[in-house]
Ligand binder design. Structure first.
Ligand code: ATP
Length: 496
């Protein structure tokens, strides 16, 4: 198991390192380096300052296990120093820390660079995401065992970009030349735009934030060539389909479709994105750097490439449009207590259009929205719903349809990429969103945080156990390292 930790680069106020002590009476007066270039003199409490490694090279160290003081400011200072020199990668032992450069650095990822890392000993060259992929691949070949690379970090830290680079490098190592048609590795890489159109959205932190977790399994044959692949997705953020706030957006595909050529929008009876409730709850409709009309065509092309045919594409976009129409169906109070009716002609138009697009009977759809069936051992009881409950059932339907569409697309991509039933070796790359804590947290956050906690636990055990075994083997005198162990939290959730 390898870990790539992605870090955002915009923290400004956390590096407080003592540059030199000016006086030390009651309080601690120290010359501090704030945000690595501005120097200020402040008086502060002794407990708030940390010693600086005066012997560290001016450009920082490329493996942080070599730092004399391993405290948080020291680690951040080292990352910041290297970042200033455009060195975005740093090791901590076998863990790779990647700081988001927020700019394209093509020279870091070209073929020449890939060739350099091919077969090089770990640690011999500068830290790089290719080195992690290389060692995972070589261990798999030499020891015949499966390997996984875990890419973690908060939203916008660069996990998806890192995953793409890992895949590109693995495709470079295990790719086949001269194979007719599109190769497995090409198809895996080319599936990204499709997954992003349906699973990514603009958030506060990231204009192209993945709202699902992804585990890509690359399968290899005995000779180390890629023989198949599978993409597994987790925890698609369903709530986004119905609820968004400024400055966020819903999933990209909704805006792409509203900006499609006229003949397509006409077929799906679509209008401006601003006229749909699921989109206009946020004032953000357009995003700088994303041309929705062009992206619509690009998504269609990407679908062609991954084997989603014209008829299937039509069906997919019909469902996307139907979700938008469902969101515009409103309800008014019915004559009976706790009942509701379709609000007006406008809502009826959207109800009829949604049922046309979904190819279902519009009376049945209406009934499904304004009533609830309760199944008891004796009979099925049908209860009417008040307008508020009807809205909730409308949103639940939209979320379910959308998440099933997403799963269907993933399944379709998997069928077209093809898995190798005889494969004995694989490398898995896990790109999963990190811990989340908002003002208001829902069940989705609990699931996401639980998953991360579980991964963290697995990693802690793996790393600490490995280290301790090594110390014992080398007969090093060591004492147990204290670390935050949240096993109690996991036990609590798992036993509920
Ligand atoms: N190695 C890199 N080179 C160039 N740009 C990068 C790199 N890593 C990240 N970025 C930039 O940062 C943006 C956010 O990165 P990315 O989408 O990979 O984050 P993420 O951690 O997957 O976020 P989320 O969890 O929200 O999906 C990218 O769109 C890209 O502009």
């Amino acid at each position: 198991l390898y870990l790539v930790m992605n870090v955002n680069s915009y923290y400004e106020d956390i590096v407080f390192l003592v540059k030199g002590v000016l006086g030390c009476k009651k309080n601690f007066t120290a010359l501090l380096t704030v945000h690595y270039f501005t120097h200020v003199v402040v008086t502060t409490d002794r407990s708030k300052v940390f010693p600086k490694d005066m012997e560290a090279p001016p450009g920082g160290v490329d493996d942080m296990t070599r730092l004399s003081y391993l405290h948080e400011p020291g680690v951040l200072q080292n990352l910041a120093t290297r970042y200033e020199l455009n060195e975005i990668y740093t090791y901590t032992g076998s863990i790779l820390i990647a700081v988001n450069p927020f700019q394209r650095l093509p020279h870091l990822y070209d073929t020449h660079m890939m060739e350099q890392y091919k077969g090089a000993d770990f640690g011999e060259l500068s830290p790089h995401v290719f080195a992690i992929a290389d060692v995972a691949y070589r261990e798999m070949i030499n020891e015949g065992k499966n390997n996984s690379i875990l890419v973690s970090g908060e939203s916008g830290a660069g996990k998806t970009e890192t995953t793409k680079m890992l895949m590109r490098y693995l495709a470079h190592l295990g790719g086949r030349s001269g194979v007719e048609g599109r190769t497995v590795e090409q198809q895996v890489l080319e599936s990204n735009p499709v997954l992003e159109a349906f699973g990514n959205a603009k958030t506060v932190r990231n204009n192209n934030s993945s709202r699902f977790g992804k585990f890509v399994e690359i399968q290899f044959d005995k000779t180390g060539r890629i023989s198949g692949a599978a993409i597994r997705t987790y925890l698609l953020e369903r709530s986004r389909v119905c609820q968004i706030n400024t400055p966020e957006r819903n999933y990209h595909c909704f805006y792409f479709l509203c900006a499609a050529p006229h003949e397509d929008t006409q077929r799906y009876k679509l209008a401006d994105a601003r006229s749909f409730h699921y989109l206009n709850q946020s004032s953000c409709i357009e995003v700088e750097g994303i041309n929705d009309a062009e992206e619509y065509l690009a998504t269609r092309r990407a679908m062609d490439i991954v084997g989603i045919n014209e008829e299937e594409q039509e069906a997919i976009f019909r469902v996307v449009a139907a979700v938008l129409h469902i969101g515009n169906i409103n309800f008014a109070k019915g004559k009976e207590v706790d009942s509701s009716v379709i609000q007006d002609d406008n809502s009826r138009f959207h109800l009829n259009t949604a049922s046309e697009l979904l190819e279902c009977d519009c009376n049945n759809l209406e009934k499904a929205l304004i009533t609830r069936e309760i199944v008891t051992p004796e009979e099925i009881i049908t209860r009417t719903l008040d307008p508020e409950s009807a809205l909730a059932s409308r949103d639940a339907l939209a979320k379910t349809i959308y998440s099933r569409l997403f799963d269907w697309i993933v399944e379709k991509i998997n069928v077209s990429i093809g898995q190798d039933p005889n494969s004995k070796q694989l490398i898995g790359v896990l790109d999963i969103y990190g811990f989340e804590s908002f003002k208001i947290n829902s069940f989705e956050q609990l699931c996401i945080n639980y998953t991360n906690e579980k991964l963290q636990q697995h990693f802690n055990q793996h790393v600490f156990k490995m280290e301790q075994e090594e110390y014992t083997r080398e007969e090093i005198n060591w004492s147990y390292i204290e670390f935050v162990d949240n096993q109690d939290v996991l036990d609590l959730i798992e036993k509920v």
